[in-house]
Design a protein around this ligand. Structure first.
Ligand code: SF4
Length: 426
């Protein structure tokens, strides 16, 4: 590390671990520990994708859920991404496959010794969702073929506008099939009131989540997108549980209190940036530190802003307690950015840009996640032309650090900040 870089690191030194960060670590440790213990004691284990309606699984006793994407992201953030991905590559899986998939396949078939949590317990059911992408379905299908585990697939329609009633019914029908499959595999009857409770927990948690994200509206922002990348994990792995409601409530409250006490992650914030794509898990600390040292803050990310919303909206999409939980779950399949067409992506970004007073956008073209990266060039052009703010496109891979060039990326970011300075002077 050169002297200039270490000065920057000192200037941008991150805050001490906050109570919510401590609570987050504890929650995640507890989640992976309980998952392993429950599986050992004979619980029914489901491997589900992030977008799958895991709330339905809460209608069954003694069922635990593991999210391979979270395991892969966590492995990448702890430096285990490359060793695990290499194991999959050595088995013949191409480097062009999504790094989440390679990390996960490497853990399962190459040995879990490099995993920060010793891998995931063996699944009794695989539950994938095309709402993520079709690659994920193929990745889960490898386990179906090699382990013989049943594989349920949710086929979510693309999203170009508010969900059509026919699409809602199509999804609800698939959820009913999932319930029937679970009843057959577990020998239990689904308790729909437990599903409703799980939906309520998730909905309450995402309401606090949106309150928390709102803290970015203040200048300087009460948070960074890096905080949101870390703090989204409980939503991903345990969103049906009451614990997370409390966690997000405290997170929102604590962030507001910090702001009232004049505590901000980038106190001299001069540049407010928006990040488009999945978090660069292997760079969270390094990138946030370098940006803060330049008084630049990623105040929002499309990846975390969409949680709790639907169809490119910005506001929280509430659950009315008397609605059919399956219909609500069908509707919120449209929260995730990947299946959006260009207009919905633009709508979502425009609202963030206007509400959060964004100065410039960083489009992170992700070597792994083609589905998120598709359209970024068109969006970039549309945002520059319509909203008149500068944008850059950088190359990243969310979980494979070998496909990331830090200095190349920062050269672009520095020139973006210079462009903003020049615009302010002119
Ligand atoms: S390609 Fe993108 S959406 Fe698909 S599994 Fe990888 S990160 Fe997820």
């Amino acid at each position: 590390m050169n002297a200039e870089h270490s000065n920057l690191e000192r200037k941008g030194a991150r805050r001490r671990k906050t109570p919510s960060a401590e609570r987050l670590s504890k929650l995640l440790k507890q989640h992976y520990h309980e998952l392993a213990m429950a599986a050992k004691d004979g619980a029914f284990v489901v491997w589900a994708s992030i977008c799958a309606p895991v709330e339905i699984l809460a209608g069954f006793e003694n069922v635990v859920v593991a999210i391979p994407e979270n395991h892969a992201a966590m492995s990448a953030s702890k430096g285990a991404g490359v060793p695990l991905a290499k194991k999959a590559e050595n088995l013949g899986y191409s480097m062009d496959i999504c790094s989440y998939a390679r990390i996960d396949l490497g853990t399962e078939f190459g040995g879990a010794c490099d995993s920060p949590v010793g891998g995931l317990p063996k699944p009794n059911l695989l539950l994938s969702d095309t709402n993520n992408c079709s690659l994920l379905v193929k990745w889960f299908d490898v386990y179906h073929r090699k382990l013989g585990t049943p594989h349920a697939i949710i086929d979510a329609p693309f999203c170009y506008e508010p969900q059509a009633p026919a699409d809602t019914s199509f999804l609800v029908g698939q959820f009913q099939n999932l319930i029937a499959k679970m009843e057959q595999l577990t020998g239990q009857e689904c308790d729909i009131e437990k599903v409703r409770d799980a939906v309520k927990n998730m909905n309450e948690a995402t309401r606090y989540w949106k309150e928390y994200l709102q803290c970015a509206e203040h200048e300087p922002s009460g948070l960074t997108a890096f905080d949101t990348f870390a703090q989204m994990a409980p939503f991903v792995v345990m969103r049906t549980q009451p614990d997370i409601v409390e966690h997000y409530k405290l997170l929102a409250r604590e962030t507001l209190e910090n702001m009232e006490n004049g505590i901000f992650p980038v106190p001299n914030e001069r540049y407010r940036l928006l990040w488009d794509n999945i978090a660069p898990w292997h760079q969270l600390r390094s990138m946030s530190t370098r940006l803060a040292a330049m008084d630049a803050n990623l105040v929002h990310a499309t990846y975390t802003s969409c949680i709790g919303t639907i169809e490119g909206g910005f506001e929280h999409y509430p659950y009315e307690g008397n609605t059919d939980p399956l219909e609500y779950l069908a509707r919120i399949q449209n929260f995730s950015v990947c299946p959006y067409g260009l207009e919905l992506r633009f709508k979502a970004m425009r609202q963030i840009i206007e509400k959060m007073s964004i100065d410039a956008v960083i489009f992170a073209s992700n070597r792994s996640c083609k589905v998120y990266s598709l359209m970024q060039l068109d969006l970039k052009e549309k945002i520059s032309e319509t909203l008149g703010i500068p944008t850059i496109l950088i190359d990243v891979d969310h979980a494979d650090v070998r496909k990331y060039n830090e200095e190349g990326v920062f050269l672009r970011i520095e020139s973006l900040l210079e462009m903003l300075d020049a615009g302010r002077q002119g």
